[in-house]
Design a protein around this ligand. Sequence first.
Ligand code: PLP
Length: 320
Amino acid sequence: METASITAAAVEQAAADLAPYLRPTPLQFSRAFTAKTRCEVHLKLEGVQPIRAFKVRGALNKVIGMTAEERAHGVITASAGNHGQGVAYAALTFGIPATVYVPLNANQLKVESIKRMGARVVAHGRSYQEAFLEAQRNQGGATFVHAYDDARVIAGQGTLAVELLADLPAFDTVIVPIGGGGLIAGVAGYLKEKTPGVKVVGVEPAGAAGMKRSLEAGQLVTLERVQTIADGLAASRPGILTFEIAQRCVDEVVLVEEAEMLRAIRLYFEWEHLLAEPAGAAALAALLYRYAPAPGERVVVILSGANITDEVMLRALKSR
Ligand SMILES: Cc1ncc(COP(=O)(O)O)c(C=O)c1O
């Protein structure tokens, strides 16, 4: 895979290509979180995307890049849920067939949404990795849309950063959740080329710290066990391409506890009256509990998704 293709120009091209299909998401100043943290907090609201998560950016950018012949053979993918929704949405947009492999324990809200968009869903295995291997075995003539380790998917996710600079040309720090690393690779790759002074802070759950461990080791580390309520961040290791970009472009990775994500979901609901799923609230949890900003530091927090089940929401509302 060509690492050179993850350039600011590729991300800006993706932004232009996505413009007819997706509206930019809001970047909202938060008075409440600013008062709480004493830095200047801006929230990037990916929960208002049509699939309630940023993942539609990369999936659409991948399908836009396919030839007519490739499109005729459809797309296939494996996903914990949100990427599957993104692929289903992109396939529906272009009228092509889609198959999505999900682990047996996938969030049913996401699975139902994938089915509603007309994609075929196959539940297989106990983890994303098992679903992924099964999807690869059954690829046939379809194009595989990797959830993160793909140059076009990464460039698509990076379009979020194009919108950030358009809305807020100067800021100090962006906090980004990490699963396989597609979002942070796109965002960090773009920002380090356009505004090298911006600090990129990644966030992982303590129970799924594959990127942090890999960065510390200087090579890809596969976790033996992954345990987190944040299904979108439950990757056992980063991608090859995303890791390489993270090594060059990510300044620091912090870890958050499960209870901290639940508390962040509750505060986001109480103070902003908005929803975040655990992966979507991880960056906010990092700001509240694990990252110490300087007074007045201009911090952008990516609220990456809102597909929370009522069961997890109830747990969050009871958390203190
Ligand atoms: C809501 C949400 N946030 C963050 C991520 C992490 O994205 P990536 O795998 O590109 O690191 C995901 C991945 O599924 C997600 O669904």
